[in-house]
Every structure is written in structure tokens, then in C-alpha cells.
Design a protein around this ligand. Structure first.
Ligand SMILES: [Ca+2]
Length: 228
């Protein structure tokens, strides 16, 4: 009777876990945790002091002062093997965590979407630009404050599915902080800190909890066989 009870307790728990909301599968994951290793990312459009430092990809929009100069570009050049999504999944999102600091060292507390854009496969036939300043694209961008002046920015990659349904991510460009005149940013000299960049598809990520419950189920089965 005890063994039957054990099985009854395990089975509903496993079913509950499997029916939970699964998070998307990570296809590309850049955390910048090794000092000096930018993980292949480069910077352009006048960026000084570009480096991986303190777990972040960092740089300062270059001087001389110009409105156009506060628009750093981060670029991951063409990869030999593109990032590919699971065959039955769609491209989900590009997510990054960023903080902007003005030339006086003051953290800019309001996230600024001006000048923010993502280009997937820049310069290639499959290039898709998702631009926060275009009315049609603006709803694809969200930002959530995530401590110490950082914002976690999520860019919905749905347009990339339409442009290149079966393709991969060969390269990426991200303009991570604001640039346009009249916005909340200084004209130039802002420093950016990017904590991580990830790309996800819609395939469900493996759930550690489900694995543990499967192990529990296997143990229960083994015990049942041993005592039968
Ligand atoms: Ca990091």
C-alpha cells in the first residue's frame, strides 16, 4: 500500500512540472565574464576605451562633442557557422542588459530608446533592421529596470522570421544607447556597460525541476522493482 501511495504522489507532481510555462531556449549567450575577452564583439562609430571589464562590455562614445557621436555601434562580425534556431521553432528575442553613464559619471536613470536599433545580418541579403524610432517597430522593444541604473532590454525578433524564415544569425549589430538631439542623453561622451547579450528561439528550454522529478520517479520505480 505504501508503494502505491508513493507512485500516486510522484506522478501528479511530474505532470504539473511538464504543464508549466517553459522559457525560451538560448541560442547565443554572451556574458563577458572574462576580462579582456569581448567574445568577438567590436565597436565602431567613435568609441573609446572599448573592452570587456568587470563582467561587462564597456566603452565611451567618442569626443569631440557632437550629437552624432553619442551613438556607439556594437558589432558581432560574420561567424563561420551562424547561430541557428531549432527546426520547429521561431526566432524569439534578442535581450541585453545595459547602463548609460554621462561624462560626469552620473548614471542616466531613464532608459532612452532614441537611436536604439538592432540589425540582424547587417550587409547581407537577409538583413533585418528593427528600429525603436520607427512607429511600426517601437512595440517590439521593451525595457525593465534591473538594478543600479541598468535596464534589461528585450527586442522581439519576429520580423526576422518574416525576412528569413529558415536562415541563421550570421552577424549582429546593436546600438545600445541613445543618440538623437533633444533626448535625455548628453550630446556626447556617454559610457555604456553591457552586462550580457542573448538570442533565444521559441523552443522550450530544459527545466531542471522536471529532470529532478524524473529522477525521483526512476528511484520510486527502482525501489518498487527491488521490493517486488
Ligand atoms: Ca556579465
Amino acid at each position: 500500500m505504501m508503494k502505491r501511495l508513493q507512485r500516486c504522489l510522484v506522478a501528479p507532481a511530474a505532470l504539473c512540472s511538464l504543464s508549466g510555462t517553459a522559457s525560451a531556449e538560448t541560442v547565443a549567450d554572451f556574458q563577458f565574464e572574462s576580462a579582456g575577452n569581448t567574445l568577438g564583439w567590436t565597436a565602431s562609430n567613435t568609441v573609446d576605451h572599448f573592452a570587456a571589464d568587470g563582467g561587462m562590455l564597456v566603452g565611451t562614445a567618442g569626443m569631440p562633442v557632437s550629437a552624432a557621436n553619442n551613438d556607439p555601434f556594437l558589432f558581432l562580425p560574420n561567424k563561420a557557422a551562424p547561430f541557428t534556431r531549432a527546426a520547429d521553432a521561431r526566432w524569439d528575442a534578442l535581450t541585453f542588459r545595459v547602463r548609460e553613464t554621462d561624462p560626469a559619471g552620473k548614471v542616466i536613470e531613464t532608459f532612452n530608446f532614441n537611436g536604439l536599433l538592432v540589425i540582424v545580418n547587417h550587409g547581407l541579403r537577409s538583413a533585418t533592421t528593427i528600429d525603436a524610432n520607427k512607429a511600426a517597430d517601437a512595440p517590439l522593444f521593451t525595457s525593465v529596470a534591473s538594478g543600479d541604473g541598468f535596464y534589461t532590454v528585450t527586442v522581439d525578433l519576429e520580423p526576422f522570421n518574416a525576412m528569413k524564415p529558415n536562415g541563421g544569425v550570421n552577424n549582429l549589430r546593436i546600438d545600445p544607447i541613445g543618440s538623437l538631439p533633444g533626448d535625455a542623453s548628453p550630446a556626447s561622451g556617454s559610457t555604456f556597460e553591457v552586462d550580457f547579450i542573448t538570442v533565444t528561439d521559441t523552443a522550450p528550454a530544459p527545466e531542471p525541476g522536471a529532470v529532478s522529478l524524473l529522477s525521483l520517479g526512476a528511484l520510486a520505480l527502482m525501489k518498487r522493482r527491488c521490493t517486488a
